[in-house]
Design a protein around this ligand. Structure first.
Ligand code: ADP
Length: 361
């Protein structure tokens, strides 16, 4: 009898040792707690996720209530009940509170293990990266739908006008001209979509955008010329420096200046010109887009780069605007290791400046 008892104790000890080895060697966060929900042990991976240390376990600072946000209280209770009933919980998403106070998104699961006494083992994986990717994809879809909505509505209206015109007997030549116009619009929409697909690739680290070395001056000049086709407004282009080679994605850079010039046109009166200038020093190129419009108040200057931020929500100029353009510009310029700055005087006008690092050809 005595012999039997010591061998079972031995087996138990072996089991615990093996369990500890499993705990420490594992790639995912693992926590061991008793049935009263007291945390007994946690591996380094788990402690890393929430920023605590082994000492915090010893002195009782690391508790489930310390790391579980209140908004998950009901869900947690439900999951504990599930664990008691079935001995296991299927993985689900929630958040933990990091020791520094921010929330960390995690995928967690748990099960009972037949140690003596019975323990519950919780598994946790940090899913911050996946969540950020999801958010970027949502943003991408939001941006694309915003930019396609207005031109699609215009296209639809023009098609229905053409239908009426045909009914009213316009000449084949006139009909052909309108169809050519419509075709051009469809080309523009296709260009917007491919710009965004490129941008999406630029943001996705796993499939980086196609980058080349190109002369940014030529791209800006082309954007200004394209505006000349669709507006009668005066846009003065001064190529103050030639051969400004940068590394990046041409379409994304073109999109930045399309956005900045569109804003300059939108937020300044018809009779005022827009100035686009390029300057360079030995390591960077500066591209300025200047308007003589309504300007931006000092306190708004930082906020205008935030997503969905618009200074004048009710104003006429804001029609069809969603406060996304500058956010995209900043994002693209930063992806190219550059920065975007703005200077403005209320009532006098604004100058946006993109600073990008030069590369040797
Ligand atoms: P949107 O123009 O679609 O609202 P943006 O992100 O391009 O979005 O701009 C954000 C806000 O910044 C605009 O709503 C506008 O109030 C302000 N803004 C941007 N460019 C200019 C400019 N050139 N002059 C005055 N205000 C501007």
């Amino acid at each position: 009898m005595l012999v039997k008892k010591s061998s079972s104790t031995h087996t138990m000890q072996q089991g615990e040792e093996r369990f500890k080895a499993f705990l420490e060697s594992n790639m995912i966060g693992i926590v061991l707690s008793d049935l009263d929900e007291k945390i007994l042990e946690a591996n380094e991976q788990f402690l890393d996720i929430i920023g605590y240390t082994k000492k915090d376990i010893e002195n009782g600072r690391l508790t489930w209530s310390a790391i579980s946000p209140r908004k998950y209280e009901k869900l947690d209770q439900k999951k504990v009940k599930e664990l008691l009933r079935f001995g296991t919980i299927a993985p689900f998403e929630k958040e933990y509170i990091h020791k520094k106070g921010h929330l960390v998104p995690v995928l967690v699961g748990a099960m009972h293990v037949r140690l003596s006494p019975v323990r519950s083992v919780c598994f946790a994986v940090d899913i911050t990266e996946q969540k950020q990717l999801e958010q970027r994809k949502d943003e991408f879809i939001g941006t694309v739908s915003h930019e396609l909505k207005t031109p699609l509505a215009v296209l639809k209206m023009q098609i229905s006008l053409l239908k009426d015109d045909i009914k009213n007997g316009i000449s084949p030549k006139e009909a052909e001209e309108t169809i050519a116009d419509l075709n051009q619009q469809v080309d523009k929409l296709t260009a917007i979509i491919s710009h965004h697909l490129n941008l999406a690739r630029l943001r996705d680290e796993h499939t980086p955008a196609r980058t080349t070395i190109f002369n940014v001056g030529e791209i800006v000049k082309k954007v200004v010329e394209d505006f000349g086709l669709v507006t009668n407004r005066k846009i003065v282009f001064k190529e103050g420096a030639i051969g400004c080679f940068i590394r990046g994605n041409e379409l994304s850079i073109a999109e930045v200046f399309t956005n900045l010039i569109s804003n300059a046109l939108r937020y300044s009166p018809e009779n005022k010109e827009i100035r686009v200038r390029i300057k360079k020093d030995w390591k960077s190129v500066r591209i300025y887009v200047q308007d003589f419009g309504r300007g931006i108040e000092k306190k708004e200057l930082k906020k205008i780069f935030e997503r969905y931020y618009r200074v004048d929500r009710g104003g006429e100029a804001a029609l069809g605007a969603a406060g996304i353009g500058l956010h995209i510009c900043k994002d693209i310029i930063e992806q190219h290791n550059g920065r975007i700055e703005v200077g403005s005087i209320k009532g006098k006008g604004s100058t946006f400046c993109c600073i990008l690092p030069l590369v040797s050809r």
